[in-house]
Design a protein around this ligand. Sequence first.
Ligand code: HEM
Length: 449
Amino acid sequence: MAEPLSLAVPAPPKAALSWRAVLRVVRDNPLQLWTEEAYDSAIERQNFLGRPRLLLNAPEAIQHVLIGHAENYRRTAPSIRLLRPFVGRGLLLSEGELWRRQRRLIAPTLAPRALPSLMRHAAGATVAWRERLTPEIDLLAEMQTLALEIAGRSMFSLGMAPFATAMRALLTQSAQALSRPDFLDLVLPIWLPSPRDFARWRFQRRWMGLMTRVIAARERAPGARETPDLFDLLRAASAPDGKVGMRQLRDEVATMIIAGHETTALTLFWASLLLATAPAVQARIAEEARGLDLGPGGIAEALGRLEYTRAVVSEALRLYPPAATIVREAIAEDRCGDLVIPRGALVMIAPWVLHRHRQLWDAPERFDPERFLPGAPLIPRFAYLPFGAGPRVCVGAQFALAEATLVLATLVRDFVLERADAAPVFPVSVVTTQPNRPVSFLLSPRRGK
Ligand code: HEM
């Protein structure tokens, strides 16, 4: 039985925020953008500096925007500003024919059919990582190192150790500040640089320089593979001598590295935080994983038997969705039933709100993995969207779920997880949903494993 448990989260405002307060909250922690009422209502409509801003919780409206009329909705200027330094024109931000072509190339390499091979790499990296763990760890940092290694090995057949320190340093030192939008970042069109865009360009040059080094290392060490990996496919698709082709290759490598490790590491962090206060849930994971071969040879089969561990991952993604908000801008006026969506309106689908919505979930604040076990009451469609939906749904969703299940099972089977201190940990949305401070965990060997 899961223990009834809930962790503290930032309190929602009681009433709609003034425009000044919106600016502050968007910079400091957008999780506090939505009022108390948003967690009860179907649609929340507000204005921001004269521009309509809609939060959609109603399933038919979400379906309409993300799937039915997806072509009428594009990424917003602030989203592009914040994401472009990390991913350039890679899959996350590309549009039109370029996006369609690259999606067709990349999606099959992460599809369920490709999972056994991806997971063999992931299991190899996890076994080596588990051997290096010490009794007290900064859990998020450890998960980031592991998830980066898994991303490198599984998609590019390349160990990431030579790059990990420089990458993490760049991401933690520069990226945090650049990822908190200010007033001009929010209001200027994308073709007009905001003052902080200059710092973003400088960051992008350094980050992409690192990606060029990753590509050079991969070109020098092609290795022997039975089937081409994602890098081989991307490389073959980019014109060998064309500048554009090489830039696109670099941007896709950057996209897959950043999108492929940061969110999964955060999922594992939040799952561990929840587990640290739920020893009975840990015991049940350990019991489930006992005797299974979680190494490269056995992982494909073992995954099918880690049903409860996977439910814990799904529940962690519900309570702490790494992508807290999916934002779009309406290209033309649109209508969904009685709802009129004006041209230029900001349309938000917020997994953070949806996943804690009082009309969609029973006891939404409670950590209860059993919601995701077979036989549990059906989860309403569009109430649970950690990976988005529609044509731009996360291309790595199945891989991320399998990877997080493997890592959590390995960790909890071998160790009892406890927090080193009892101070609260608050989620803060800075592009992804992060803890407000580093959190140390104590690992003690689990008896009777
Ligand atoms: C738990 C982990 C993950 C979460 C919560 C997550 C979440 C998301 C979400 C919500 C989107 C859709 C954004 C939108 O519609 O605006 C997305 C897109 C994307 N994700 Fe993930 N993701 C995860 C893991 C991964 C992994 C492992 C990879 C790659 C290996 C990946 C690569 C991408 C890419 C490339 C896109 C853009 C797809 C497109 O626009 O066509 N993600 N992700």
